[in-house]
Design a protein around this ligand. Sequence first.
Ligand code: HEC
Ligand code: HEC
Ligand code: HEC
Ligand code: HEC
Length: 391
Amino acid sequence: MNLWLPMAAGAGALLAVASFVGTDWDLPPVDTEQIGYRGTGMYNSRDRETEAALQAANVVPPAPWEADPEGDRAGDIYENVQVLGHLSDDQFNQFMAAITEWIAPEEGCTYCHNAENFATDDVYQKVVSRRMIQMTQAINEDWTPHVQQVGVTCYTCHRGQAIPANVWSRDTSPEPQPGMAGYRAGQNVVAKFGGNSSLPQNALEDYLLNDTNIRVHSTTALPTGTNPNGTKETENTWSLMMHMSESLGANCTTCHNSRAFNDWDQSPPQRVTAWHGIRMSRAINNDYIVGLTPVFPDSRKGPAGDVYKVSCATCHNGVQKPLYGVSMIEDYVDALSKKTQTGVPDYGTYVPGETLTLEPAPEPGTTSSLAPALAPAGATGERNVAAVVGQ
Ligand code: HEC
Ligand code: HEC
Ligand code: HEC
Ligand code: HEC
């Protein structure tokens, strides 16, 4: 008889546990990987269910067909081909078929073309695409410290949609009154582009458009008054870091040893790649995306009137290596791996129907910042390759 009491209590406890571990409140099965020496806390954790969904969503589409590089050049056959004139006719048509699948699979060729005359620049999407081709070529040629030989195509960002799923623009959610919140202005709203945290909401503008200083760490154990950065700057850096982690589906430890966030020698090599990624994203936005502002209609701009811009998430889409590191570039080497014509038209004068002619290419290094800067001293990451092996 006395057995009933503990059994009832046990059943009650089980019920309580079950209510937490029920269908809605799932305890995620997590895979944990050791990425550094034992005892240094270097582990990455991934939710198995999220991982399975990401694997399914990040599959590379096959090329429409294998293109024949021989034959007449597109520039000689067609009227208004300004960037891809060096391709063979077959390569050119293969590329047109591919971008249709990548950008506008439902709408087809007329998403970018006037069906009456494919040569005109009637449709603004065609003008944007020409610039996007130049941008993709520049990413693949100039930014190998970030994209390696894997490279990117339009699909890396677009995934079958005209507007990539993960873009950002100025967040105009009401900011708390500066008087009320003091230095925390811009906080206590959900920062959509800061990993949905309550950290500052416009950090991407500071770091992926402007060149605001990211380093906030003190290099001495006790305050000496030499570090000008306070909580405000640190929270702004943190907001960017939340964005980077969320974009890659990565933990802070993917790039840092949390005992010394600042120290490059204790950081995994991924941090150096990320350092280049910050500069690359900034260059993409400043040299390519922002310049297209006059061409985009208002419906393609954010609430503050700025165009949708690129962040880490635009390419990475929640995965540490976009598309799990599978390269698509080999099928489009001639179209996308090298810069061909780097001139820029005057987008301010765009009138649908009139051909927008690319200006002659600027002298190297005069206008474009889309060239990789040198990584900071001590940021080679090489010394830590051993640490990544783990032991
Ligand atoms: C996402 C936008 C986009 C889509 C979709 C697209 N094109 Fe194009 N097309 C362009 C751009 C940009 C150019 C100009 C390239 C250049 O200047 O180097 C072009 C040029 C052309 C030209 C050359 C016209 C001339 O005489 O100058 C032809 C032909 C063409 N496309 C055919 C097609 C076909 C066929 C399809 C559908 C299978 C298609 N395009 C889908 C963007 C697009
Ligand atoms: C690094 C990411 C990235 C890559 C790579 C990229 N795009 Fe884009 N693209 C964007 C962003 C961001 C926008 C949205 C800009 C806006 O709407 O303000 C955009 C917009 C466009 C649009 C306008 C769609 C519309 O309806 O307004 C077209 C067309 C387009 N891209 C074509 C291309 C083509 C073709 C390529 C490959 C040659 C390409 N893009 C590569 C990021 C990218
Ligand atoms: C994908 C790699 C990556 C991830 C993930 C990442 N960081 Fe960073 N972090 C960097 C890079 C690169 C810098 C240096 C940026 C620069 O100097 O331009 C940096 C800088 C910092 C700094 C400033 C260091 C200094 O010298 O003052 C702090 C603090 C920081 N990260 C914290 C975090 C936190 C917290 C997380 C997790 C929420 C995180 N990071 C996730 C790459 C990463
Ligand atoms: C234009 C597309 C694009 C953008 C934007 C981009 N990346 Fe990447 N990233 C790539 C490609 C491609 C690779 C190479 C992947 C490979 O080696 O398979 C890469 C690799 C990386 C890696 C190395 C992963 C590893 O495990 O070796 C890190 C870390 C990274 N990116 C961080 C970032 C951060 C942080 C940002 C934003 C500040 C960013 N990336 C923006 C395309 C992009």
